[in-house]
Design a protein. Structure first.
Length: 318
């Protein structure tokens, strides 16, 4: 391994960082740790200007269920054009994602309503008229099958009646009615029989009619949802290549800008240190020679007893 140290004007730092990143072999190290007296040095702490557009674009890609795997060449668009593209793509993704979410929520609610009303399809009653009846209390719900058999014990009470609709292995689903003045007593009896009340949504018609209407509405909702999903898939197919190129460029810029935090600043100068494989020394030297207003040294790692060079370089070519 070779230890690289670069000193130059702050104005040249970005060019040095870009050359190091482009090499694909440079691993930065904390420049401050190479000096015993750092009182005149400052670390370079800056907010990465590319983090926000990068995370914004990644969130938008996730909304359209895009795939970030695979390597593409970074975009060569101007920065203003890339920022405008991210804004446009994000707005479109958010709009389509919102419609998909709303339709998904609507379909889930319709499915829940259908499931509830399915339990009462055997009841040939107009739900709206009995629910709004002011002289009786109406209780929809389910009653354990063994409790249903126990209703015979109340055969002398004409108000303890349960009208079943559908059933499953454990329950009868149905309804009972009680006059207003006797509602508390009747409720108490059914409670002792482990009746579980179910509050059903407001609807007009018999359970059979309501289920039929809800299924028609659900079919329309699912059709609209499928259309939105297709629109999202088509949009991603159309924008995928350009979007991934823009993402690659922002990721490159964010990574390169992050290298700046390893540098130390002294007045208007910077010091950047890091490691490269010995076999890459000449190529790396050529890249640095192309940058004005800097000085650098490339030394054997054996001469530095205070630092341990990395066994494997972690950074990828940017």
């Amino acid at each position: 391994m070779r230890l690289v140290s670069v000193i130059g004007q702050m104005a040249s730092l970005d060019k040095v960082v870009y050359a190091c990143g482009k090499s694909g072999v440079f691993q930065p190290d904390d420049a401050m740790t190479f000096f015993s007296d750092t009182s005149d040095f400052m670390t370079i702490k800056e907010e990465n200007p590319y983090s926000v557009p990068l995370s914004t674009l990644e969130s938008a890609i996730a909304r359209v269920q895009g795939d970030l795997s695979g390597r593409v060449a970074p975009s060569t668009m101007e920065m203003d054009d890339m920022a405008a593209y991210v804004e446009e793509f994000t707005a479109k993704a958010a709009e389509m994602s919102k419609r998909r979410s709303e339709l998904t929520t609507k379909a889930e609610a319709q499915n829940r309503d259908i499931e509830q009303f399915e339990h009462f399809r055997g009841l040939n009653i107009d739900l709206d008229s009995i629910i709004h009846c002011e002289t009786i209390k109406v209780r929809f719900g389910r009653l354990p099958k063994d409790s249903f058999e126990k209703l015979n014990a109340y055969s002398q009470n004409p108000y303890v009646l349960f009208f079943p609709g559908a059933s499953d292995a454990e329950y009868y689903w149905g309804v009972y009615f009680a006059p207003l003045e006797m509602a508390s007593d009747i409720d108490r009896i059914f409670s002792s029989l482990y009746f579980e009340r179910l509050r059903i949504p407001s609807a007009v018609g018999t359970p059979e009619e309501i289920v039929g209407k809800l299924r028609t509405e659900l079919n329309a909702t699912n059709a609209a949802l499928d259309q939105v999903k297709k629109e999202i898939a088509d949009y991603w197919a159309k924008e995928k290549n350009l979007c991934l190129q823009v993402h690659a460029r922002y990721k490159q810029l964010a990574t390169l800008f992050g290298v700046r935090q390893y540098a130390a600043r002294y007045n208007d100068k910077f010091i950047l240190a890091g490691w490269i494989p010995a076999r890459e020394e000449k190529k790396f030297q050529t890249a640095l020679d192309a940058i004005d207003a800097i000085e650098y040294s490339i030394e054997s790692a054996e001469g530095d007893t205070h630092h341990t060079p990395p066994v494997t370089l972690r950074n990828a070519r940017t």
